[in-house]
Design a protein around this ligand. Structure first.
Ligand SMILES: NC(=O)c1ccc[n+]([C@@H]2O[C@H](COP(=O)([O-])OP(=O)(O)OC[C@H]3O[C@@H](n4cnc5c(N)ncnc54)[C@H](OP(=O)(O)O)[C@@H]3O)[C@@H](O)[C@H]2O)c1
Length: 266
């Protein structure tokens, strides 16, 4: 069984939702958690909460969409805390918009976080992780990183990028002691849809058959993925089955998404 005691775990997007729940779960098991997000007040609050429960946390307010800030924060983490044993690339934002609704700025922001920030954070620590020849990188993406839907072009493309990043990274590090996993939750009861208004209306109605997850369930799955070692994880189970079915019969699943998904007003 994986021993989390004193392992250093960097969690991006830890000011709320899945990231905050994951950081708490890791701290509860004895990991030293490094909390990253823009909202410094929320991070300080979580750090205090973790300390009150006997855990240890560091926090850094950072805009992960800014390459210069990612570089500075990575150097600070190395100096203040050390080289991570675990990186959870969870931070993400972005409204579900059709191509013509997406401004240049939003398109750039959506590919910057989650994808480029995950790439740079991981790259900044990977040399030292390779020297130590151990570690686990967990990437988070969405089912739309596997199955295209209408009305969410930049969001979906960025989640495909996270999926691709995880698969390529896994291949790239396959001859090392560093493990790579992808965790793919369906709809989660976080502030995501409040933080990214209008997005919820674009979920294809066929998705109503899948239950909404709680953030703690996703955090628990992330922790179990690290405990288990290698492997990707899809939750709840019917999401995993749908993605598997899509691999076998892509046209049927994509037809269902189009039939029940967002449509342009004519
Ligand atoms: N909610 C769902 O239904 C669902 C389903 C599948 C996958 N996911 C994915 O899971 C991840 C977490 O989502 P969630 O549901 O926990 O959403 P959330 O509650 O909105 O949390 C998103 C986190 O990302 C951080 N973040 C966003 N932009 C950032 C930036 N530029 N720099 C630093 N941090 C940034 C936010 O912190 P600050 O605002 O403080 O920066 C926040 O901590 C996302 O990548 C999302 O796509 C969500």
């Amino acid at each position: 069984m994986y021993n989390f005691e004193n392992k250093i775990a960097v969690v991006t997007g830890a000011s709320g939702g899945i990231g905050a729940a994951t950081a708490s779960a890791l701290a509860q098991r004895g990991a030293v958690v490094v909390l990253l997000a823009r909202n410094g007040t929320a991070l300080e609050h979580l750090k205090t909460e973790i300390a009150e429960k006997g855990g240890k946390a560091f926090c850094y307010a950072v805009d992960l969409a800014r390459y210069d800030e990612v570089q500075i924060v990575s150097a600070k983490i190395k100096d203040d805390v050390g080289i991570p044993d675990i990186i959870v690339n969870n931070a993400g934002a972005g409204r579900w918009l059709a191509l013509e609704e997406t401004s240049e700025q939003e398109a750039v922001e959506m590919i910057s976080v989650p994808y480029l920030s995950a790439f740079f954070i991981t790259r900044n620590f990977v040399h030292a992780m390779l020297e130590r020849n151990s570690g686990h990188i967990v990437n988070i993406t969405s089912p739309v990183g596997f199955i295209p839907i209408p009305g969410a072009v930049a969001y979906g493309t960025a989640r495909w990028a996270m999926h691709g990043f995880s698969r390529f990274l896994k291949a790239d590090l396959s001859d090392t002691g560093i493990k790579v996993s992808l965790v793919v939750p369906g709809k989660v009861n976080s502030n995501y849809f409040r933080n990214n208004p209008g997005s919820e209306d674009r979920i294809p109605t066929i998705s109503n058959i899948f239950r909404t997850l709680q953030v703690e369930e996703v955090a628990d799955r992330i922790v179990r993925t690290i405990e288990k070692g290698r492997g990707d994880s899809f939750l709840p189970m019917p999401i995993g089955l749908t993605i598997y079915f899509h691999r076998l019969f892509p046209r049927i699943v994509e037809w269902l998404m189009l039939r029940t998904g967002w449509k342009r007003k004519k």
